[in-house]
Design a binder for this molecule. Structure first.
Ligand SMILES: Cc1cc2nc3c(=O)[nH]c(=O)nc-3n(C[C@H](O)[C@H](O)[C@H](O)COP(=O)(O)OP(=O)(O)OC[C@H]3O[C@@H](n4cnc5c(N)ncnc54)[C@H](O)[C@@H]3O)c2cc1C
Length: 317
């Protein structure tokens, strides 16, 4: 790892730390073979060393899950205890502040020159069409950075857009929905976190108040260390590329989060004294711009598990 890395937020970690998406998928395939090495594996190793490493695996068709704390593994009944089994994914559960610390450590020790609170706002290409420099905006103003190579890791295709690269923007309304991740506390240790319970509570709330919910299922699991319940049910459609729409929808999502809390307090065992620790901080956006690549991974490639050894640049579980 080398070079400079700008990030508009006060921490590294992308959606994990800025939108509290505190569940890594993709490191393992569904047989628990670890398919990600390199910096990703280093992050898991450092979480392990700090004793905050937990995995959660959906193991079978009936959705039962297995949870491992450090190196110890215990079985968890999906319907009684938590709600992830339906995904078929193998998760690593994260503690927010340990995650921030681990990212800081890795970048600092690798000598990466990090610019937090910084946003790439412009870029230029040279005569060969290669990106030659970027403009980085921070509270202090703009700075121009030149380099031999740039990597767009913005999740937004921000650099691609700045240099006019070929992009696909799926029309608003057809994009994957966003979710405002919530962390809640003061929920009893035997509380109902099941998919069945969540659905029934939301239905009961709708019946009583007339308020409808966009989604009645989602991951519900306790995270390591302080054990807040991580809740992924507050969905909100939004156009992340339109500041006015994003503001309106973020406000709407926060209101919905409170409505979920009221529903669970009233209708779900063990949630009577629950409180909201944090939303977001910002709404989690799953889809914005796509690069129009020379080759594209298709839906059918995923379903058929198609291998392309000559073109592969990585593996994901
Ligand atoms: C609600 C939700 C739930 C999800 N659930 C899961 C899950 O359970 N498990 C899982 O593995 N994946 C999940 N995902 C997907 C996962 O979050 C993404 O695949 C992953 O974050 C993509 O990583 P990234 O580094 O490409 O982009 P990001 O994580 O989005 O990171 C991009 C970084 O670039 C910064 N940035 C953006 N624009 C600029 C700019 N102009 N200048 C400088 N910096 C910029 C951003 O602030 C951010 O820090 C979920 C996503 C969402 C939204």
């Amino acid at each position: 790892m080398a070079g400079r890395r700008p990030a508009p937020h006060p921490s590294l970690g992308g959606a994990a730390t800025t939108s509290s998406v505190l569940t890594f998928c993709g490191f393992f395939d569904q047989h628990r073979e670890q398919v990600v090495a390199g910096v990703g594996a280093e992050i898991l190793l450092r979480l392990r060393r700090r004793g905050v490493y937990q995995e959660l695996a959906a193991t079978s068709a009936n959705g039962d899950a297995t949870r491992s704390l450090a190196e110890k593994t215990v079985s968890v009944d999906h319907d009684a205890g938590l709600n992830v089994g339906w995904t078929g994914n193998h998760f690593v559960l994260l503690d927010l502040d340990t995650t921030k610390l681990v990212y800081d450590e890795i970048d600092t020790q690798a000598g990466v020159n990090v610019r937090l609170h910084s946003t790439v706002v412009d870029a230029t290409r040279d005569q060969q069409g290669l990106v030659s420099d970027i403009v980085n905006n921070s509270r202090g103003g703009n700075e121009r950075i030149t380099a031999d190579a740039f990597v767009d890791a913005s999740g937004d295709g921000a650099l691609l857009a700045a240099v006019g690269a070929g992009l696909l923007v799926v029309p608003d309304g057809q994009r994957q929905t966003g979710t405002l991740v919530c962390r809640l506390a003061n929920i009893t240790s035997d509380a109902d976190l099941s998919a069945r319970g969540i659905r029934a509570a939301l239905e009961a709330h709708t019946e009583k108040t007339g308020i409808r919910f966009a989604r009645d299922h989602g991951i519900t699991v306790r995270l390591p260390v302080t054990e807040p319940v991580f809740l992924l049910t507050v969905d909100q459609r939004t156009d992340a590329l339109d500041a006015e729409a994003l503001t309106r929808d973020e406000i709407s999502a926060r209101r919905k989060a409170w409505e979920h809390l009221h529903a669970f307090r009233e209708h779900l065992d063990g949630w009577q004294d629950a409180h909201l620790v944090e939303t977001g901080p910002q709404i989690g956006i799953r889809e914005r711009r796509h690069l129009l690549g020379h080759e594209e991974l298709t839906h059918q490639d995923v379903l058929s598990g198609r291998k392309r050894p000559a073109e592969s640049i990585g593996r994901c579980g």
